[in-house]
Design a binder for this molecule. Sequence first.
Ligand code: SF4
Length: 436
Amino acid sequence: MATKGPRLLFADDKGVVYDHPRLLAAARSGDDQFRPEERPAPLPEGGALCMLPGRRPVGVDPATGETVTLPEVTVEGRTFAPHAVGATLPPGWTRALLPAGVRAPTRAPVLPQWAYTAAGLGPRGPVVWALHTDKRTHWDPRGRSGADLRRRVERRLAKSHNPIYQQLSRCALEWSCFTAQNTFLQRDEGAIPSSSACNASCLGCLSDQPAGRPPASHQRILRPPTAEEMAEVAAEHLAKASGRVMISFGQGCEGEPLLRWKEIAKAIRLARGQTSAGSINVNTNGSSPRALAALCDAGLDACRISLNSASEDLYTAYYKPHGYVLGEVIASMRVAKDKGAYLALNLLTFPGVTDRQGEVERLCRLVAEVGVDQVQTRPLAIDPDLYMDLARGRGAPGRAVGIRGLIEALQAARPGLVVGNFARARGERGTAKAAS
Ligand code: SF4
């Protein structure tokens, strides 16, 4: 019986996208390519189709249900080697499957840092295999850029020579970072980049990439700010912002904030000396339980610890930690809970690795034992082949249960666990309970 489903998309060298007259869309999980069973979602507003240069498209033959690689195609009499097409997602969505494709032997560059998502053409337009995991609208891209934002940035820079505002002005206007924009719009979660150094070398680091790889998507802050400079930005935002008020140390444009715990602790005390409003959070790799304890003692009330796996070998291969191990990251999680801070995990998800049965079991055990409050599902923004070359044969084995299966397992392991993409402000923090 003929198979039905969204049609295969492919692109030419100029990035013009076509749909195949016969083949259906395939998808990928780890090294497996197949016809996706899950129902796709319409491509959400703020998402976009993207080309994967040098990856030949893989589709599904509706007559046999088998996957087929497309090395060449003829469109309106022009024959060319097609490129696979995927999609990028707006905030609030989690990728469920990767785009299918086969790396061509030549002219297949390392892909820049995007969370490539499986896509196809449905009866009403482009579709994606992704989950809408956070429906709150305050991260909606609409109404964020434009004249008003630019005016507020200029007004702030005229009023203050604080180097943090200088850095954030580029983040807000050039790299469209929402937390940086929030700092100028005085709403919700604001940003305080604090560290120019890091004690890890993540394969997918957003602010530092080795030569020969696509450039990092953000330029790292060059001079670390003083405690007083950080306190100025913190107090201003906490006291005057509206909405889900929070400030976060640890941004995409910096290294590891815990390396500057003394200055950050002083900044927190100075800011709390001026206002008790809002929440103070740190996004961190969790490398130092002692440093995190000091921040909590200074007044930090939330932290988000980044993780790609609860397996030592897979964690170490991705983060390449200098002078710390996964055990200390887990100890930091326990410190946060012992100190009463709201604990979120920034779980870097990758279909076919993070959702392997064995990996899911280890993550569920960790979330339940430590008492994690929230898991932020963060599709790992990286060339899928680059990550698979690292993850193949590492971590716990098992068949992939799907990203939806991963989320359901985590919530079963820790009833009340919040699974979403965005930080929770003080008034939004439910209390997850231990599994019965
Ligand atoms: S911990 Fe953060 S800043 Fe450090 S290498 Fe990893 S992604 Fe980059």
